[in-house]
Design a protein around this ligand. Sequence first.
Ligand code: SF4
Ligand code: SF4
Length: 177
Amino acid sequence: MISLTNRSKIVSNKVMTPWEKVYIFAILGGMWITLKHLFKRKATISFPEKTRAIANVWRGQHILKRDEQGRENCTACGLCAVACPAEAITMDAAERKKGEEHLYKEEKYAATFEINMLRCIFCGLCEEACPKEAIFLTDKLVTTDYNREGFIYGKDKLVEKMDNRIDISQRQKKSGI
Ligand code: SF4
Ligand code: SF4
């Protein structure tokens, strides 16, 4: 069979020499490699105590933005769900009632809005498809969980909190860390 890469090796079953049978040299060689790595700069960091700098356009957990008056921008048009290649977004639309003008910007709003973070591939197409500047990806990591239900993010996790507004202006810039 022709190899598709040059990584394949031909394995031989040659008999070991007496020198090779004395494993102590192989063990010492292994210990020398370990010892060298003890004094090298570590490749890992102690997350979450330490974090690495990430690009402004890095794509993490989504947020559903509110406008300056605190009203939800999303009008439940469904364009983000249609654009999503992973079919991770679902929603139910509802009509805004009289007296709810301070809650929802448009006459139609998302009564439920869910993103399945296990399906999401963080491509950002939902962000690009949204005509209302309602959905953005942030630099937040999606936290781990012990069950699948924990990865279905509803409005309780997605809608921006009034006392913790998220600045997405850096994402509008083209480049940079
Ligand atoms: S980031 Fe991509 S995969 Fe994730 S919800 Fe948006 S469109 Fe779907
Ligand atoms: S987030 Fe944007 S694209 Fe998605 S339903 Fe809401 S308004 Fe439409």
